[in-house]
Ligand binder design. Structure first.
Ligand SMILES: [Fe+2]
Length: 140
């Protein structure tokens, strides 16, 4: 059983979030030369997690999935943009791995991941779920 900073009660999410948090926490102890490769490894782990999470949410017809996936895509795009913008700037990479990226991930977990997990647990009233769906999701 894993223990992420913000437990959601869904094994796949909690296990993956713990692994990502541990990867990001390891950044602090890495040598400068290891940081670019570590950020690339974190990006790969995060993208693989998003694919697993999206499959789970799709299987359970979780509402506002399109918005959730859009947030995933924005997060990966932010990592890619940071890699491109920082180049070999070690202080910038270190700050991104220590603060910016963990904050982005935690904000995502505490918002759309939490709502999705509550839907999976049957904790969202049906009338609220119906109103959460996007127009294309409710179209006949
Ligand atoms: Fe998510």
């Amino acid at each position: 059983m894993s223990h992420p900073k913000f437990p959601l009660g869904v094994d796949l999410m909690d296990d993956d979030h713990t692994r990502i948090e541990e990867m990001l926490a390891r950044s602090e102890g890495l040598a400068d030369a290891e940081l670019p490769g570590h950020l690339a490894a974190c990006r790969a782990e995060i993208a693989e997690h998003f694919a697993r999470e999206e499959a789970l949410l799709r299987d359970h017809a979780v509402p506002v999935l399109a918005c959730h996936i859009a947030q995933h895509n924005r997060l990966v795009a932010d990592i890619d943009a940071t890699i491109a913008a920082t180049g070999g700037n070690i202080p910038s990479l270190r700050a991104y791995l220590a603060h910016d990226l963990p904050n982005l991930i935690m904000s995502h977990i505490a918002s759309v991941d939490q709502i999705s997990a509550r839907f999976l647990a049957g904790e969202l009233p049906a009338e609220i779920v119906a109103n959460l769906r996007l127009p294309e999701e409710t179209a006949p």
